[in-house]
Write a protein that binds this ligand. Structure first.
Ligand code: LCS
Length: 393
């Protein structure tokens, strides 16, 4: 199969990691839980690592390997570990770097459960955390303690669209030998490659742009160096966070069209953001492609494009926002993002509802904030839908 490290992004998205099986153009789904050994010695060599054979699907499976190789190649990592959900990816990272007595520094606005588990579950295991506004790099520097073992960023952040300076934060972290993880879900490797900016680990909810079709749940963690990759894989295998081969196959199929899906969704998002910013009922819009975004210049430097996620608030606040969300037709009132369909949701009562009101408000997740995930439909239809719903708001 054609698999060359020098290929362009679009060619890698189509071909990277492919496994030729009886001449198949597409890697088949290896729908099997276990693999036959030729003899006892072969089995022993597979278990000891002397030979690279497949053993059991929780440990590895060719359909999963294909996806892992493709995403590692697109992110520029040495290897990756596919898991059953984005939250499994987040927890693979937390469990790899954090243990009793260790401390995490993270951005204050993360996908709700990525912060929620740190506040509700990890304290039971003796892990401490500080959530700061990491869009100001100095806040990260000041939050570091002697026991800080991981810096965790999500940029752009869900749902506040805050953008963190990956390169500057990695420099500060590495002076103290602290690894940095970036949740790259909102960008995908097509728009941002955190490992090249200095990050040690990148993760994705593949439920979003990487698969892109709102029909699977999955996650992945990519490592820059072999040592971290080995530790991540041990957590995945022993915790049973593995992906299933059919889910991996669907995700690998979705990934093939990542660049053209994002190009189209982003082209639409730029027009939708401009429409919203000029609408008299809209109080503010946060979109990295608008000059009004507080980190507009950083976004231009760090990201290949502004992406397809928009956050906004109406002048009439929550009540007007509810009317808008109850009156859209093409845009679906649903959580998730990064698919080919346009979705709208209300973070304070949905994705971020489990956080305390205080945590939400100090992170900028106000009650009136609406999140809009732009799809690949005709942009005229997306805007007409919003215009009509705004009339009722
Ligand atoms: N990281 C980010 C940035 C996310 O947006 C999500 C899910 C996750 C991790 C977790 O991934 P999952 O386990 O769901 O695959 N974000 C969602 C959202 O904003 N709406 O619904 C899910």
């Amino acid at each position: 199969m054609h698999n060359d490290e020098n290929m362009g992004f679009g060619s890698k998205a189509v071909h990277a990691g492919a496994i030729d099986c009886l001449g198949s153009a597409v890697t088949p789904i290896f729908q099997t839980s276990t693999f036959r050994f030729r003899d006892v010695d072969h089995g022993a060599r597979c278990f000891s690592g002397e030979e690279n054979g497949y053993i059991y699907t929780r440990i590895g499976n060719p359909s999963i390997t294909e996806l892992e190789e493709a995403v590692a190649s697109l992110e520029g990592g040495c290897g990756s570990v596919a898991v059953s959900s984005g939250m499994a990816a987040v927890n693979t990272v937390y469990m790899t770097f954090l243990s009793q007595g260790k401390h995490l520094v993270a951005h204050n606005s993360l996908y709700g459960p990525s912060r929620g588990v740190m506040e509700s579950i990890y304290p039971k295991y003796g892990v401490e955390s500080s959530f700061v506004d990491a869009t100001d790099t100095e806040n990260v520097r000041n939050a570091i303690k002697d026991n800080t073992a991981l810096i965790y960023l999500e940029t752009p952040a869900n749902p506040t669209m805050g953008i963190m300076d990956i390169e500057a934060i990695c420099k500060i972290a590495h002076e103290r030998n602290i690894p940095v993880c970036v949740d790259n879900t909102f960008c995908s490797p097509y728009l941002q490659q955190p490992l090249a900016l200095g990050a040690d680990v990148v993760l994705h909810s593949m439920t979003k742009f990487i698969n892109g079709h709102a029909d699977i749940v999955g996650g992945i963690v990519v490592a820059k160096e072999k040592d971290i990759y080995t530790r991540l894989r041990a957590i995945m295998v022993n915790m049973g966070f593995n992906m299933d081969p059919h889910q991996a196959w669907l995700t690998r199929r979705g990934l093939k069209t990542l660049p053209i899906r994002i190009d189209r969704a982003q082209e639409n998002a730029i027009k939708v953001a401009e429409f919203l910013e000029n609408h008299p009922k809209v109080e503010w819009v946060l979109y990295p492609g608008l000059k009004s975004h507080p980190q507009y210049e950083l976004a231009k430097r760090q990201m290949k494009g502004p992406g397809a996620m928009i956050t906004f608030c109406l002048k009439g606040g929550l009540e007007a926002g509810k009317k808008l969300m109850n009156n859209v037709h093409l845009a679906m009132l649903a959580v998730s993002l990064g698919g080919i369909e346009t979705l709208i949701q209300h973070p304070a009562s949905m994705t971020h509802s489990k956080l305390s009101k205080e945590a939400r408000e100090s992170a900028g997740i106000t009650d009136g904030l609406i999140r809009f995930a732009v799809g690949i439909e005709n942009v005229e239809d997306i805007i007409a839908d919003l215009r009509e719903a705004l009339e009722k708001a």
